[in-house]
Design a protein around this ligand. Structure first.
Ligand SMILES: [Fe+2]
Ligand SMILES: [Fe+2]
Length: 281
């Protein structure tokens, strides 16, 4: 039993999980070592110059896709800035657009570290218009308000899995960009889920109805599952060996389905079969 009458003079011992990351005074100590993959235990890469050639190519490719999705989603959202059904929805739309612009900038800052090659990609990204983006989900338009709800609930959630896969990865500048991006994305996911829920529960008093919300889920879900990439991708296995990503495409896709299904089921929407309308398997 604890003796409550005798105050302890010993400084409290932090729980083991926090002991490594929290310093005296509460500052966060960055993790310096590579945490998984073939170089686990070595120091993380901190500059573009020291990266092995294949890792360099992979990071550039991943950041070009990342930035492309951020800039594309601004084009998709923008027509709803002044057409969303409520004042609060318009304000959140404006905030999402600002967040996505910042995420694009952050991915481009990482590209800039790759010198001329990185800058060439940035210049191309800025010229890309609707319909010219890498991933199908970002070439589709938001025709109805339910598209905005389903996109932010389903597609942004895939984005969160991609970002979580980079958390504490072996390239320091990329690892350090993750916490703020993830906290902003959480707002987008909550917003999307809430839009769909309100459509089901309030119907036309808010906007649309349950059938419209379900149709939007059916439209975006196959493109969301495609975004994880091929199940047997050598690139995704290599990204794990390099300490860049934590999960294979298939592992991330399965976690996503397990998380999303009960969230929607809870208020009466259902996910189609994972094989429905797929283009990338
Ligand atoms: Fe984003
Ligand atoms: Fe987002």
């Amino acid at each position: 039993m604890t003796d409550l009458g005798t105050p302890s003079t010993a400084s409290p011992t932090p729980p083991p999980a926090l002991a490594k990351t929290l310093k005296e005074g509460g500052t966060i100590e960055p993790v310096r070592e590579i945490l998984w993959g073939t170089a686990a235990g070595a120091r993380k890469y901190e500059t573009a110059e020291e990266l092995p050639a294949d890792m360099r190519r992979l990071i550039v490719r991943l950041m070009v896709v990342q930035a492309d999705t951020e800039f594309a989603s601004i084009q998709q959202h923008r027509s709803w800035l002044d057409h969303a059904p409520t004042l609060e929805d318009r304000w959140i739309e404006a905030r999402i657009v600002a967040d996505e612009a910042r995420h694009g900038l952050q991915a481009c800052r990482i590209l800039r570290d790759f010198g001329e090659e990185g800058q060439k990609y940035i210049d191309e990204l800025l010229l890309r218009r609707e319909g010219q983006h890498k991933l199908d989900a970002f070439n589709m338009t938001f025709d109805r308000w339910s598209d905005v709800g389903a996109f932010t609930c389903l597609i942004d959630r895939v984005g969160v899995y991609q970002l979580r896969a980079f958390q504490e990865c072996s390239y320091g500048p990329l690892a350090r960009a993750m916490p703020l991006m993830l906290s902003e994305e959480q707002l987008h996911l909550n917003f999307g889920l809430n839009v769909l829920k309100r459509m089901v529960r309030e119907g036309p008093r808010y906007s649309g109805d349950a059938a419209e919300a379900q149709a939007a889920v059916n439209k975006w879900y196959p493109r969301a599952l495609d975004m994880f990439g091929h199940s047997n991708s050598d690139t995704s296995r290599r990204a794990i060996e390099l300490g860049l990503k934590r999960w294979t495409n298939e592992e991330a896709r399965e976690m996503y389905i397990r998380e999303l299904s009960p969230l929607l089921h809870n208020f009466g929407l259902e996910l189609p079969d994972p094989g429905f309308d797929r283009r990338i398997l």
